[in-house]
Design a protein around this ligand. Sequence first.
Ligand SMILES: Cc1cc2nc3c(=O)[nH]c(=O)nc-3n(C[C@H](O)[C@H](O)[C@H](O)COP(=O)(O)OP(=O)(O)OC[C@H]3O[C@@H](n4cnc5c(N)ncnc54)[C@H](O)[C@@H]3O)c2cc1C
Length: 474
Amino acid sequence: MDELLISAVCWANQYDVIVAGGGPAGVASAIAAARQGLKTLLIERSGCLGGVSTSGALPFWLGAMTGSIPFHKMLEKGISYRDLPRARPAVGGIFVEAMNRIKEAGGGVGPAKLAQTDKYPGLDRLGCHDEFTFDIEIGKRVLDEMVIGAGVEILYHTLVTGTKVDGRVVSGVYIANKDGMTYVKGKAFIDCTGDADLVAQSGFDTYKGDRLTAEMTEVNLVAHIENIESRAIEQYLNKGGDPWFRDICKKAKNDRLEMDIPGNLILFPMMQEGVFMINEGTTFSGYDGTNAKDITHIMLIGRQRARVLVEELFQPYMPGSKNCRLRMTAAYPGIRETRRIVAEYMLSESDLIEGKRFDDTIALGGRHFDLGRGGSQSRQPFHDRNLSVKTGITPIPYRAMIPRDTINIIVAGRSIAADGQALGPARVMSTCFAMGEAAGIASALYLKNYGSYRGINPSTLKQTLRDNGALVDY
Ligand SMILES: Cc1cc2nc3c(=O)[nH]c(=O)nc-3n(C[C@H](O)[C@H](O)[C@H](O)COP(=O)(O)OP(=O)(O)OC[C@H]3O[C@@H](n4cnc5c(N)ncnc54)[C@H](O)[C@@H]3O)c2cc1C
């Protein structure tokens, strides 16, 4: 592996495929492209792979199973995931391989099971559970090994800052790192930046947030707290305590009026006993994740909020938390939505509510609508009208990944053309892996047999995906 690691950084200046962004979508894209024999470069602005799941401190890959139901419904019915009908896999291929390799390395639990629940089964009532949870450091290392093992070259701490476009053809990217500014040529480009950076830099159409209001959903600076007595949290839940800790938050708010204490918390057990991730308590609205000043502001206020949570809420009020400590805040903010591409086809809310099927479905997800706006992330959008993803599965049409009027650029991950609340189930990380795998294989088909990404035959793509263990049928 050491020799492989060295060769992985000997990068050239001409590639078959350049993948920008090493989150779940980028990892799968790069592995799939390289396994198809393409000379592949993966460019990542941080120092590890995994995107939000590692740098964003959120090691929970959701969407891998069908049958997930909204958390508020579980609360209303007083059930946990163990009580639900048996779910079946919605994502296979590279995602399952990554999951299994992390488990083999002793670093993962799930899907359909929460960390720490072998020892403290009552913690089951805390969360949504269709996720695969993993140890962040083990996850980073396994993803390195998988990507390098596939023959991908990686450039870390490197930002794609621009593209060169000739007519409708992207011919290369400008990158910035410790070497300065460099130009790298490519034949095909996979934009996995989450923000559609390459598509926007190339001048192709994108829009931000809600199509009508441009509003973007809340951002979080995720924090981990350690040295909590897991048993005490379990006992609180076993005695009928609120899994959102609203009663505790209310008391703390009343006692400490001057403090910025949230109305509820969502706690996720991490792999290590006594360590929990907090999501909802560090949530902020009104920010744009593509604006450098906004990103800086989130980091500044997020770290302050994390301190308040630990010292003013957890230590004095939460069960078993008297001696807890802040373990870490994320390396960058968790951004749910920014730019989305304008594509050949836009996946819509009504497609999912009506259960529309597509001939060119190349990826699936099992998640329900969950993109909160202007309020809590915890209630399913449309819950007041009892509307849900009809089939329990979100299909991703290949056309939603191809920016309009383009030849050699494709998008995988959270900036595909999924309109409004359709983005919620489409953007979860297992589904991003699945989209990435499709984009990688599509790159090989395009470069070997067809004149553009748009031109490839979706049936051929689907069959190649099936041959590789990916799930495209339901
Ligand atoms: C607070 C929060 C909670 C969430 N909870 C969950 C959850 O529990 N489970 C789940 O499955 N999903 C969850 N999601 C959604 C999920 O994390 C994202 O939708 C998903 O990570 C998108 O994957 P991606 O590969 O498209 O992008 P990302 O994970 O964002 O990865 C993009 C990568 O590209 C890199 N990058 C960006 N721009 C550039 C550039 N110009 N040049 C080079 N590199 C670049 C970034 O550093 C990053 O590594 C959550 C999201 C948020 C914000």
